[in-house]
Write a protein that binds this ligand. Structure first.
Ligand code: NAD
Length: 357
């Protein structure tokens, strides 16, 4: 049988690169990464995959429809796993435009490129097994109160420019299935964490600030709840959904690891104090700061469909995954130090400053 060939958009970012490493190093697949190499991308994330000779990076913008059509038809993949996106809620508050362009227009462009390729395939096995996986977030469902979980049937109710742009892209993917029969599957996942996470997001930001003895910002009173999933568990889920998921279906992905933001920050402090003690307990660095506008209170995923239908199960719980993550940042200063110095130094984003509109 031919080696599986997969296009991964956004494959030089955080989750995309975990997926690329999984596909290339564990499944021996051939991968073509399409990535614009924004601030969030890093070639180092895919170097282990590139070193095998089975991973090729194409630097391109998914909004460039002609380029996407040409690349998809030339590469003739068995699957397209679509992750390219602007992904940081705070940046979407400061400047929504890039989110609309990449997340909405870019998804449209990828769907059209896939449709042109797939509809031109002759009837047969390759056409029957081709899949387009649209990778999305649980944030499209909005905010939960104290109880309940997000199910695949939960109505969409996004709060931020980021989550509303992702919601729009999910609807496009479903429409391309219903209207054109394009073989689509959609996944909606909870918050990820793990190695190679760009240090603007809560967990890597807190690890690095704590290591450098800087204050640890907690939005509001720290009571907002997220459901955390280790990124390698997400990567396994994505590959499984792309290969075995039912057409036109949504699969929620989550690790059943709800924590308040304050608990997350405290756990990082305690873990760092255990393995790299400082003069004073790191919890003393915690500082409560102005809340994010429109901050969703709670996210929690019901992953029963993925677990029972496709047999997926998270390997890591929050404590084991966080231990691995903290250790990775301690061991990989050469990865994050240049980013902290020249790409993003930890300044506050997304305060909805009217002067910036
Ligand atoms: P990321 O920001 O780390 O990576 C995004 C990648 O997309 C980067 O490599 C960037 O260069 C690339 N990209 C951005 N605009 C592009 C464009 N116009 N053309 C081509 N490439 C472009 O994001 P991530 O955290 O790895 O998220 C990946 C996907 O997973 C996103 O679709 C996101 O919505 C979804 N998701 C993320 C989380 C999370 O916790 N991070 C949770 C659920 C779902």
């Amino acid at each position: 049988m031919d080696r599986k060939k997969v296009i991964v958009t956004g494959g030089a970012g955080f989750i995309g690169s975990a997926l690329v490493r999984h596909l290339v190093l564990e499944q021996e697949a051939e991968v073509v990464v399409i990535d614009k190499m924004t601030y969030a991308a890093n070639r180092a994330n895919i170097l282990p995959a590139e070193a095998t000779g089975r991973c090729q990076l194409i630097i391109a913008d998914i909004c460039d429809q002609a380029a996407m059509r040409e690349i998809v038809s030339r590469e003739a993949p068995h699957q397209i796993l679509h992750l390219a996106a602007e992904s940081h809620v705070d940046r979407s508050i400061s400047g929504p435009r890039d989110f609309i362009e990449t997340n909405v227009i870019g998804t449209y462009s990828m769907l059209e490129a896939a449709r042109a390729f797939w509809s031109g395939l002759p009837a047969g096995n390759t056409k029957d097994t081709f899949r387009f996986l649209h990778v999305s977030t649980d944030e499209v469902y909005g905010s939960l109160g104290a109880d309940g979980l997000f199910h695949e049937t939960t109505p969409y109710d996004p709060s931020s420019p980021y989550s509303s742009s992702k919601a729009a892209s999910d609807h496009l993917a479903k429409a391309w299935f219903r209207t054109y029969n394009l073989p689509i599957v959609v996944s909606n996942c909870s918050n990820n964490y793990g190695p190679y996470h760009f240090p603007e997001k809560l967990i890597p930001l807190v690890i690095l600030n704590a290591l450098e003895g800087k204050t640890l910002p907690v939005y509001g009173d720290g009571s907002n709840i997220r459901d955390w999933l280790y990124v390698e568990d997400h990567a396994r889920a994505l590959s499984l959904i792309a290969t075995q998921g039912r057409l036109g279906e949504t699969y929620n992905v989550g690790g059943r690891n709800e924590r308040t933001n304050l608990q997350v920050v405290q756990t990082i402090c305690d873990e760092l104090d255990r393995i790299a003690p400082a003069e004073a307990p790191r919890r003393e660095l915690i500082e409560f700061v102005k809340d994010r506008p429109g901050h969703d209170h709670r996210y929690a995923i019901d992953a029963t469909k993925l677990e029972t239908e496709l047999g997926w199960k998270a390997h890591e719980n929050f404590e084991t995954g966080l231990r691995k993550t903290v250790q990775w940042y301690l061991d990989n200063q050469e990865w994050w130090a240049p980013l902290r110095k020249s790409v993003y130094g930890g300044e506050r984003l997304g305060l909805n400053d009217p002067q910036k509109v």
